[in-house]
Write a protein that binds this ligand. Structure first.
Ligand code: GDP
Ligand code: MG
Length: 179
């Protein structure tokens, strides 16, 4: 194995951080993306990293995904991964108004740590499979917030695997645009 193109060492890595209020489905989205199944229960206190090899627009790459846990607080550990992350997925649940409000706080934290507005971000409204009975945040509100953030927006369902790949792959494209 000598050709750089064939060795895994040459794979471009993308460091992705998944943020959002507890219970919005960060772990469900991450595990659905990586393992192709819906995890009904995942310990909310567990923060874990996953790796996924994939090909996006003909470029083979390795996604390093950090599925975070905990509150939107400015701890040393949070600051560390906000500095190291190249792209961020900010999630809320369409069933929880509070999680939508918190999305703004996550975005503010990223902007503060990076001292920049131009950080690759995707805004994600999860649990859209529950919209018939439990929606409390309208699509339009999500779209408007994403426009304020200047970032792409998806309504997803980790349960139905709706737009899950789109979220991760669009984020990689946002990172590429800036590098
Ligand atoms: P986290 O705290 O943000 O990591 O949230 P989890 O991924 O642990 O999900 C919290 C709860 O919401 C779990 O019971 C999940 O099964 C559920 N959940 C996550 N995503 C969805 C979804 O897209 N649809 C539905 N109906 N439930 C979901
Ligand atoms: Mg979790």
């Amino acid at each position: 194995m000598s050709g750089p193109a064939g060795s895994s060492g040459s794979l471009r890595r993308y460091r992705i951080v998944v943020l959002g209020d507890g219970g919005v489905g960060k772990s469900a989205l991450t595990l659905q993306y990586v393992q192709h199944n819906f995890i009904d229960y995942h310990d909310p206190t567990i923060e874990d990293a996953y790796q996924q090899r994939t090909v996006i627009d003909s470029e083979p790459c390795l996604l390093d995904i950090l599925d975070t846990a905990g509150q939107v607080e400015f701890t040393a550990m949070r600051e560390q991964y906000m500095r190291c992350g190249e792209g961020f997925i900010i999630c809320y649940s369409i069933t929880e108004r509070h999680s939508f409000n918190e999305a703004v706080e996550y975005r503010n934290l990223i902007t503060k740590v990076r001292a920049s507005e131009d950080v690759p971000v995707i805004l994600v409204a999860n649990k859209v499979d529950l919209e018939a009975t439990m929606r409390s945040v309208d699509t339009r509100e999500g779209e408007d917030l994403a426009e304020k953030f200047g970032c792409p927006f998806y309504e997803t369902s980790a349960a139905h695997r709706r737009h899950v790949d789109d979220v991760f792959h669009t984020l990689v494209r946002e990172i590429r645009k800036r590098s």
